[in-house]
Design a protein around this ligand. Structure first.
Ligand SMILES: [Zn+2]
Length: 304
């Protein structure tokens, strides 16, 4: 029996229930908030381990990619069980791991976008009106493909890494205003969600960061040739372990993303993992494969 729900779309309500139950079951697990979304939802994070090596994982920068929140929550549950039971995966002994790493996981960076993608206009939306959201969405009430936050800003285009170049490319694609995807906003960190994630990253000073997205079974590890030799080596190892492809972002995707900003500003290994394969939003039937592809990669990262 597992605590984390794997049987329905992973909304903010499911996340909050699972967080509460995980922390109740595992007293060594700490939950805290990194800030609040536009609609006032908490950007929950979990802390595991007392070690020196700081690792930050996050999921669901993009609304319809909520399966990455499910993935990170299920991974945290696995870490807690293994630690409590004194067990190991491969040669990684979890009681030793607990003392060697300081892991912080923010499973849902964009809770408003997830809610909108799953529940459409039935979501709780203040301060944004439904009329305005519909206009952001090309006058459609089908929000199932929504990626942005509730202001229509794509959070993974809202970081301070060649932001102006990203805006230039957007204009070439005809994107000038809020919408379901790819609008970067008026300035880096203009949105409370990206600001909170950037603030936490600056304060936490991780040795390693991973942003989970869907889909493509691809690992992105570089930004403008700035990745370290260590970052490249780790990406190659992960690709070998999982069968995921290695790639370098091109065009739009290669500006103002979270991993771009981390590589440029913090000079540490940072990755975007595009989990799963198919059409977003990925169906829950893919979850097991995603979990069993990604857990070994993470086991490598935490012990590398
Ligand atoms: Zn994404």
């Amino acid at each position: 029996m597992y605590i984390v729900h794997l049987d329905k779309p992973y909304t903010y309500d499911v996340l909050q229930e699972d967080l509460k139950n995980l922390c109740r079951e595992y007293s060594f697990l700490e939950s805290f908030s990194l800030g609040r979304s536009v609609c006032g939802r908490s950007l929950w994070a979990l802390r595991w381990g007392t070690g020196e090596k700081r690792i930050f994982l996050n999921g669901a920068h993009h609304g319809m990619e909520w399966i990455t929140s499910m993935l990170l929550m299920r991974i945290m549950e696995e870490f807690c069980r293994q630690y409590r039971d004194g067990t190991a995966i491969g040669n990684v002994q979890f009681q030793k791991l607990y003392e060697s790493i300081h892991l912080v996981v923010c499973p849902m960076v964009n809770p408003d976008g997830v809610s909108l993608s799953v529940n459409g206009l039935a979501s709780d939306l203040p301060p944004i009106t439904k009329t305005r959201l519909k206009s952001y969405n090309g006058d459609s009430t089908d929000f199932s493909k929504w990626q942005a936050n509730i202001n229509g800003v794509d959070l993974n285009h809202n970081y301070d890494a060649d932001f102006e170049k990203g805006v230039f490319h957007q204009h070439r694609l005809g994107i000038y205003s809020p919408g379901p995807t790819r609008y970067s906003g008026t300035a880096p960190e203009s949105e409370p969600e990206s600001r909170a994630i950037a603030d936490f990253t600056r304060q936490f000073k991780p040795h390693l960061a991973v942003a989970y997205h869907t889909q493509g079974e691809v690992i992105y590890y570089d930004f403008n040739g700035m990745t370290t030799a260590r970052g490249k080596e780790m990406a190659e190892a992960m690709a070998q372990i999982s069968g995921y492809e290695l790639d370098q972002t091109e065009g739009m995707a290669s500006f103002s993303g979270y991993k771009d900003w981390v590589i440029q500003k913090m000079q540490i290994p940072a990755f975007t993992i595009e989990a799963g394969l198919g059409e977003n939003p990925l169906p829950i039937s893919q979850f097991d494969k995603i979990f069993f592809d990604n857990l070994p990669m993470l086991m490598y990262l935490v012990s590398a």
